[in-house]
Design a protein around this ligand. Structure first.
Ligand code: MN
Length: 209
């Protein structure tokens, strides 16, 4: 796990994204989901381990419905600092478009160290976010690519627990806003004011983790 590809793809100073570095000694167990209005709207799911954020792109976003199997395409590792990144990546830059911190919180894992679970191609995590709660399984699918330029395909599936919600619809307006600043994508794009400060609450929870 490394930030080489993350750094190679970006021109810092042009993009406001953090440069960051791997923090091997970090024991922070946080996850973040960023809503990313790039050439195609998608969600990025990132889990902290080994001092960075292991990342997947979810074309349809996560679901709280255990009947949904959501495609998750493994993408380059991101720095831990990225969990608080919200803003606009300028046109012409990698991932150009607006990024929202859609959900953020601590996570737990019972089934051994997350790095080992990842290497096995199956991870069980317990998310304690604002929008996402409870157990989730990430499982690698299909043939493992021999060529590293091919993206690994995984599925993100909600486990059946008290938080499961068969009526989940990510397009529900109550899921529209940033958990960090309360802003909509449009307000972030226009650099609009923070509507409600949930920042303190969310940060306190991730620190407690
Ligand atoms: Mn993205």
């Amino acid at each position: 796990m490394t930030l080489k590809e993350y750094h190679r793809k970006r021109r810092f100073g042009v993009t406001p994204e953090p440069i960051g570095r791997v923090k091997r000694r970090s024991r922070r167990c946080i996850f973040v989901v960023q809503k990313h209005n790039a050439s195609r709207l998608h969600y990025d799911f990132r889990v902290a381990m080994s001092g960075l954020l292991v990342s997947w792109a979810l074309p349809k976003g996560p679901s709280m419905n255990p009947a949904d199997k959501r495609l998750a395409i493994r993408t380059e590792d991101h720095p831990l600092e990225y969990a608080k990144f919200e803003g606009v990546i300028p046109a012409g830059q990698y991932g150009a478009g607006t990024v929202m911190v859609w959900d953020l919180g601590p996570y737990g894992s019972k089934d051994g160290p997350p790095g080992e679970q990842l290497a096995r191609g199956k991870m069980d995590v317990n998310l304690q976010g604002t929008k996402l709660r409870g157990g989730f399984t990430l499982i690698q699918t299909g043939i493992r690519p021999s060529n590293s330029s091919q993206k690994q395909r995984w599925m993100l599936i909600k486990q059946r627990d008290e938080y499961a919600d068969a009526s989940w619809n990510i397009e529900n307006p109550r899921f529209d806003d940033s958990v960090l600043t309360g802003r909509s994508l449009k307000e972030i794009e226009e650099n609009g004011p923070n509507r409600k400060s949930r920042r303190g609450k969310v940060l306190a929870r991730t620190r407690a983790a």
